[in-house]
Design a binder for this molecule. Structure first.
Ligand code: AMP
Length: 417
């Protein structure tokens, strides 16, 4: 299948060629024709599958076909859970639409309201937004959503987890009844199904391989057993001895991210952090510096890193093991993207053994363990249990000690990261 068969106009094909995309991804093959036919879409697809182009290309095509040059109201609205994802989707829209006379903009919290209002006033065809700031604009009447023809809910499950559904419902109430709706979600929990039932009319249902398959194919995963008190020393050791040029390091908390960043900087490793307490401009700057290679290590919490697309990221480190197994899959999906290989490293201390087991159950295989002498907590780390359903543990793995620890606190909603 080539892009020629998807019915896209020349300007969009040129933009796709400029990105050097050889063939459409599975989500693009299925979603683009359905959207062009005017159908609602319910897509199970995660970041990294090419879903942004899958909804952007046909929307741009249809907006252009029916454009009368009036930009006083947005005609397409894309809602995303995080600021980073909003910024990234907006970049993609600009990239794919660069040969069409359509205008897009993005609004999210943490940055000035007025400049956004000014941009909205100048006119916009496609608006990308996070829910809270979009509602602020609607309340202040700096945006009028009554002419939206296309609504995209991107990463709907994450919006649900972050508690944004009431805001999303308020936004939907501001939209005209007649419109095309596209809902993208990595998982279908009952609440998402309920939302889909209320929002979509006879949708095309599309499911592309869950990210974990792609992740396990393209990402080499490793577990390093380590004493909690020696995690930072082990990380420094790996950075130094393996001469890491770039790594995205995940911590569980914002304080943990700050502490680790300070310690690495003290050791002379150029490091910055992104998390929810940082101003948006600091987050954007840190990400840009990391992408340009000015910073070697970017320390992040899950929410700040959600949806980040950093090309050629060779290494992701789980400095703290995520409490929710799916977060592991999202984290390691930051590397090994668009066909390139990556390494995902987890520093696991004794009380994280049970979290590791939960992750391995989701992956349905054990992650190979590598021991670096001098960093392990020998007294506490005992053999870990088998994974069910399990890949056969190798003799080598069985010989390496891990110990299940306490259960994590249940639930993650409301936890500040
Ligand atoms: P997304 O899932 O939209 O975040 O896209 C993930 C990455 O895949 C982005 O870096 C895109 O530039 C890239 N991408 C999207 N479509 C294609 C394609 N057809 N071929 C190769 N890469 C693509």
């Amino acid at each position: 299948m080539s892009f020629n068969h998807l019915g896209l106009r020349t300007e969009l094909m040129r933009a796709v060629s400029a990105q050097n995309y050889a063939t459409p991804t599975p989500i693009q093959i299925q979603a683009i024709p359905a959207i062009l036919m005017g159908k609602d879409v319910l897509a199970g697809a995660q970041t990294g599958t090419g879903k942004t182009a899958a909804f952007t290309l046909p929307i741009l095509q249809m907006l252009h076909a029916s454009s009368n040059g009036n930009r006083s109201h947005p005609r397409a609205l894309v809602i995303t859970p995080t600021r980073e994802l909003a910024a990234q989707v907006h970049e993609s829209i600009k990239t794919y639409g660069k040969y069409l006379p359509l205008r897009s903009t993005v609004v999210f919290g943490g940055v000035g309201f007025r400049p956004q209002a000014t941009r909205l006033k100048k006119g916009v065809d496609v608006l990308v937004a996070t829910p809270g700031r979009l509602l602020d604009h609607a309340k202040q009447r700096t945006v009028d959503l009554s002419k939206v023809e296309f609504l995209v809910l991107d990463e709907a499950d994450r919006m649900l987890n972050m508690g944004f559904m009431p805001d999303v419902r308020r936004i939907i109430n501001l939209l005209p009844k007649k419109r095309q709706n596209l809902l993208f979600s990595a998982t279908y929990v009952p609440e998402i199904q309920k939302l889909a039932d209320a929002l979509l009319t006879d949708p095309a249902r599309i499911q592309v391989s869950p990210r974990k398959n792609a992740a396990t194919d393209l990402v080499t995963q490793k577990v390093y057993p380590v004493a909690r008190s020696k995690k930072r020393a082990l990380l420094s050791h790996l950075i130094r001895t393996e001469k890491w040029d770039r790594a995205l390091v995940f911590t569980r908390t914002k304080r943990g991210a700050d502490r680790l960043t300070k310690q690495l900087v003290r050791e002379g490793v150029s490091t910055q952090s992104i998390h929810g307490d940082k101003s948006q401009s600091a987050r954007t700057r840190a990400l840009a510096d990391f992408k340009q290679g000015k910073v070697r290590i970017l320390v992040a919490t899950d929410i700040a890193a959600r949806g980040l697309d950093i090309s050629e990221l060779p290494r992701v480190v789980n400095y703290d093991i995520p409490q929710v197994p799916e977060d592991y899959v999202h984290r390691i999906g930051r590397t090994g993207r668009a066909g390139s290989n990556g390494v995902a490293i987890s520093l696991v201390c004794s009380d994280e053994g049970e979290l590791l087991t939960a992750i391995e159950q989701v992956l349905q295989h054990q992650i190979p363990i590598e021991v670096i002498e001098g960093f392990r907590d020998d007294a506490r780390q005992k053999p870990r249990p088998a994974v069910k359903p399990a890949a056969t543990p190798t003799a080598e793995r069985a010989a390496r000690p891990m110990r299940p620890g306490r259960r994590p606190a249940s639930g993650r909603r409301g936890r500040r990261r």
